[in-house]
Every structure is written in C-alpha cells, then in structure tokens.
Design a protein around this ligand. Structure first.
Ligand code: NDP
Length: 288
C-alpha cells in the first residue's frame, strides 16, 4: 500500500495562520510586535533567496522583519558590531545569521555573539545545552519542524526505534535529541556507520539529513515506517530532490514527506514560531 504523504506546505500554512493570529493578539495586549532580524553577508543566490523568503513569511504573518544585507567584504568586527546592536534593540526578538558566512569570518564567533535570548535558530551553545538537558528555550527550526511532522501522523513516538541519518549540529544531532526526549530509542548514523541499511531497517521512524539524492532506498525501510526527508539536493537538470528515493520508498513506508513541499516550508514556519515565542517571553518580562 502506498504511504500517506505528510504535506509540509499545508501543515506550515496552518501553523502560519495560527502564528498570525497570536501575533495580532500579542500586539493588541502588549503593544509588542515580534521582530526578526536577518543578516546576510555576501551575495550567494541561494542564501539571498532564503533570506527573501523568510522576510516575506514574516510580513505575511504580521511580524516586523529587519533585513541587513552586507557586502562580502564586511569585516568580522563590523559584523560583530551589528550583532551587538541587534542584541540591544528592543524591537528585535529573533536574530538569524544566514550561513554560510564568507571564509574570512569565523562563524562560530558570530553565532556565539548572538544573545541566547534572541537566538531564533537555536545555534548558540547555551541553547544547545538547554536542548540537551531537555529544557529547551529555542529549538533549531528544521528539527522542530521534523517533530511537528512526525506528530502530525498521530504515531506515538514513545518506545519507537528511531534512526537519524546524519549528525550535523543543525539537523541530525538536535533531531536525535528531540526524539530521545520524546522517549524514542534513537540511533544516529553517519558516513562511518557499518551496515547502515540494516540499522535503518530496524527503524519505525527514519529521519534522513545527509545531502545525497536517493540515498534511502526501499530495501532499507521497514514496512509502515514514518520517513522524514530533510535533504535538499539539486540535480543537474535543476530538479530539487531529497535524500529519499521518494517514488519507490512511498510504496513501503507508512508515512513519507515529499521534497519539495515537505520539511522546507516547516523550517520557515518554525522560525516565525521561535520569534513569536521569544517576543512573548520579552512581553512577560516587561509586564511581569
Ligand atoms: P551536513 O553536510 O552538515 O551533514 C551531513 C551528514 O550526513 C553528516 O553527518 C555525514 O556524515 C552524513 N553523511 C554524508 N554521507 C553519508 C553517507 N554516505 N552515509 C551516511 N551518512 C552520510 O548536512 P546538513 O545536516 O546541514 O544537511 C543535510 C541535508 O539537509 C542537506 O541536503 C541540506 O541541504 C538539507 N537541509 C534542509 C533543511 C530544510 O529546511 N529542509 C535545513 C537544513 C539542511 P559524517 O558526519 O560522518 O561526515
């Protein structure tokens, strides 16, 4: 039987409508409009498109977007000065620094300069620590979106075998941590995992975050599994595909996310959600 498709576009739209209503209510009650500052250094077309899409999404949901488009030659000192200025700006509740940054800038230093209280992407070590402790403040957007998508299936995560393929700091590790906190038994696979297909075959829930087209094939997938495809790969013909061989795996999985229209739209919705939650925390601090 063919898998049920987890429609990220539809889920994200519903979330964004809810966020827009909450943004309106917050502004009405407290006068605070959630503000998100996006910082882009250089003119990488993909990064510029991501920042533009985030700005449009902010505007549609009624948030206050602030864009900082800086030339590629921007010095580390100038970028740090901007981050400090945004940290102190009461109109801003979320800051995102679009990665990758140019090679002459130390990304780690910049991400650590963002106030942990405005760290909309959840990449600051303080927020990573909070997540590991099981008491997160900002959850990274893509992993947060992945959890929403799994929850949308109605599958109870508790006690399930989950396999995350990929161990990056922005996707694989935080997804694994979130699944663990929801009482899944979690295995993380990476490029040195032995007999990866057999490990993946054990999983009731598979999250693929590798960056390799059609890496996950039907023989690796347990019948009825939930398969979440985080990968975004552009083929030579320009087509966008994920890390899962969608057409074939969907005949075996119970639920599956498409690419495009899967995790991608959820990531932006979660960014808005993180900024809204941050603005609510600021409002609470002010009003007591
Ligand atoms: P990274 O390149 O940082 O990490 C990739 C991971 O995959 C690494 O841990 C690597 O293992 C593992 N890997 C690579 N090749 C293999 C292999 N042959 N077998 C097993 N594991 C392998 O990628 P990201 O986590 O940043 O992104 C992953 C994918 O998700 C990309 O396609 C990216 O574009 C996409 N993405 C999508 C987002 C969205 O919003 N939908 C957001 C962020 C990312 P090792 O550590 O051993 O090298």
């Amino acid at each position: 039987m063919s898998a049920q498709i987890i429609d990220g576009k539809a889920l994200a739209l519903k979330l964004r409508e809810g966020i827009a209503q909450e943004v309106q209510a917050l502004e009405k009650d407290t006068g605070i409009k959630p503000g998100l500052a996006a910082v882009l250094v250089g003119d990488d077309p993909a990064s510029a498109m991501y920042v533009r899409n985030k700005k449009i999404a902010c505007e549609k949901a009624g948030l206050y977007p602030q864009e900082h488009l800086l030339p590629a030659a921007t010095t580390q000192e100038a970028l740090l000065a901007l981050i400090h200025q945004l940290n102190a700006d009461p109109k801003i509740h979320g800051i995102l620094v679009q990665l990758p940054l140019p090679a002459h800038i130390e990304s780690k230093m910049i991400l650590q300069a963002v106030s942990p209280e405005k760290d909309a992407d959840g990449f600051h070590p303080v927020n990573v620590g909070r997540l590991v402790e099981g008491d997160p403040v900002f959850v990274p957007c893509t992993p947060k979106g992945v959890m929403h998508m799994i929850d949308s299936t109605g599958v109870d995560i508790t006690g399930k075998r989950a396999v995350v393929i990929g161990r990056s700091n922005i996707v694989g590790k935080p997804v694994a941590m979130l699944l663990l906190h929801r009482h899944a038994t979690v295995t993380i696979c990476h490029s040195r995992t032995k007999d990866l297909p057999a490990v993946v075959h054990e999983a009731d829930i598979v999250v693929a975050a590798i960056g390799k087209p059609a890496f996950v094939t039907p023989d690796m997938v347990k019948e009825g599994a939930v398969v979440i495809d985080v990968g975004i790969n552009r083929l030579p013909d320009g087509k966008l595909v994920g890390d899962v061989d969608f057409d074939r795996v969907k005949e075996r999985a119970g639920w599956i996310t498409p690419v495009p229209g899967g995790v991608g739209p959820m990531t932006i919705a979660m960014l808005l959600q993180n900024t809204l939650e941050s603005a609510k925390r600021f409002a609470k601090k002010i009003t007591g």
